[in-house]
Design a protein around this ligand. Structure first.
Ligand SMILES: Nc1ncnc2c1ncn2[C@@H]1O[C@H](COP(=O)(O)OP(=O)(O)OP(=O)(O)O)[C@@H](O)[C@H]1O
Ligand SMILES: [Mg+2]
Length: 419
């Protein structure tokens, strides 16, 4: 059963009540955190589910103990850092956030907020504020009352509540809606109220679980920019969950890429984009997705090159040095190249045009290389006034790329050979 999409009023209340007065340091440390959801059913159910121990089914790691949602999770989040947890559906992002909030028990490992280990600290005493995907606003209260609720529980004087709510409303540009009930607001406005409710509490740590995923594309872009501004105004630690790699790239100081409950890579957006640790990260970060080819890494003495479909490509000195340093032998590999790094030229790998999508400033060209779909981003300026008709179905093209932009992955375990 998935629960995080529908935080109960009790949960929202827990996450709101009685938070201690704002402290100063809010680094968050996760040490070897593991989460196992025990089987809910009886023994027979357990046996049935555990059949084929260790087997992965639709992202579930099924074991004797239950479903392993997160494991071996180690992360040091600095005070005032903006961390984004990103990964596909079911990889354990919400589970992790809910453990930090205290809404989900930690099976193994240690969680520190500031200097305190908080594994057994009640959610209401953790000095965090959580914004859920579905807002979880109280429908019978006005916007003002929704935002004031937590402060009222804390017995903050009325004048001060008014001041704090007004300040937060100002930051989020929702002052004119303070007297309305949530049902009289648009999705974007409700989301602002949900964020406002968290801001007024001045928490040490802001937790946000896909706060923008209910919004349409335009509003999502707008709110993304709002969150960047918000971050500049309220200087605290943010832990933000999304499955959207664009959000991750634009918001995070560092991003944590997850898959199947494991961390795949931790780094700045640029690091993760330029030096993906493995094929999973390479394919997940970047849009359109990185292209992958079967290729051979050829070694001759101290030099390396790659051969794709019988076409030989040189590698940059830097890449060759990294391979030499690790004494990588000649072998079959998976070659990765981003669509922006391929050009259509006179020489290179022969490919057959399948279709082209006009995106405005660029054309996304889909071509087949030996039955593999390859996407190339061609700047519209490069084809001058031909536009969409520059590439027609069945046309033969040659794809070129430089030896500095390719990524080389181990065919067996998917790891980047040049790290
Ligand atoms: N209460 C629960 N009981 C059993 N298994 C659960 C429970 N909650 C989540 N899971 C499982 O744990 C795994 C991680 O779930 P989680 O909700 O953390 O994923 P997520 O990364 O947030 O996904 P999404 O992007 O879809 O929100 C999934 O396989 C999920 O089915
Ligand atoms: Mg989730």
């Amino acid at each position: 059963m998935r629960t995080e999409q529908h935080p109960s009023v009790r949960e929202a209340y827990c996450a709101e009540a009685n938070a201690p007065e704002p402290g100063n340091m809010a680094n968050v440390i996760l040490k070897d955190i593991k989460k196992v959801y025990p089987y809910a059913g009886g023994k027979a159910e357990k046996k049935k589910q555990a059949k084929g121990t260790g087997e992965k089914k639709a992202n579930l790691q099924i074991t004797e103990q239950g479903v392993v949602a997160v494991q071996a999770f180690n992360l040091d989040i600095a005070d005032k850092e903006f961390i984004v947890l990103v990964g596909p559906s079911g990889c354990g992002k919400s589970t992790l956030l809910r453990m930090i909030a205290g809404l989900e028990e930690i099976t193994e490992g240690e969680l520190y907020i500031g200097d305190n280990m908080v594994n057994d600290v009640e959610p209401k005493n953790r000095d965090i504020a959580m914004v859920f995907q579905n807002y979880a606003l109280y429908p019978h209260m006005t916007v003002f009352e929704n935002m004031a609720f937590a402060l009222k529980l804390r017995k903050v004087p009325k004048d001060e509540i008014k001041k704090k709510v007004r300040e937060a409303a100002e930051i989020l540009d929702i002052t004119e809606y303070l007297d309305r009930k949530p049902k009289a607001l648009s999705g974007g406005q409700r989301q602002r109220v949900a964020i406002g409710r968290a801001i007024v509490r001045q928490p040490q740590v802001f937790l946000m679980d896909e706060p923008l995923s209910n919004l349409d594309a335009k509003l999502r872009n707008q709110m993304r920019a709002e969150i960047i501004k918000l971050r500049q105004k309220v200087d605290t630690t943010f832990i933000y969950v999304t499955h959207d790699q664009t959000e991750a790239m634009t918001l995070g100081d560092r991003i944590v890429v997850m898959n199947d409950g494991f961390i795949q890579q931790i780094g700045t957006p640029q690091e993760v984009f330029d030096h993906p640790a493995n094929i999973f990260v390479a394919g997940f970060i970047g849009s359109p997705q990185m292209n992958f080819f079967d290729a051979e890494l050829v070694r001759s003495g101290d030099g390396y090159s790659v051969s794709v479909n019988g076409v030989q490509f040189g590698l940059s000195e830097e890449k060759q040095g990294l391979l030499r340093g690790r004494d990588i032998p000649q072998q079959e590999i998976t070659l990765g190249i981003r669509p922006e790094h391929i050009t259509v030229g006179e020489e290179g790998i022969p490919a057959m045009v399948d279709l082209s999508e006009m995106m405005g400033t660029s054309i996304h060209l889909h071509a087949a290389v030996n039955h593999t779909d390859v996407v190339v981003v061609v700047p519209t300026a490069d084809v001058q006034d031909k536009g969409r008709s520059a590439f027609t179905h069945g046309m033969e093209v040659k794809l070129e790329f430089g030896g500095n932009v390719v990524h080389l992955f181990d065919k067996e375990n998917g790891e980047n050979l040049c790290l």
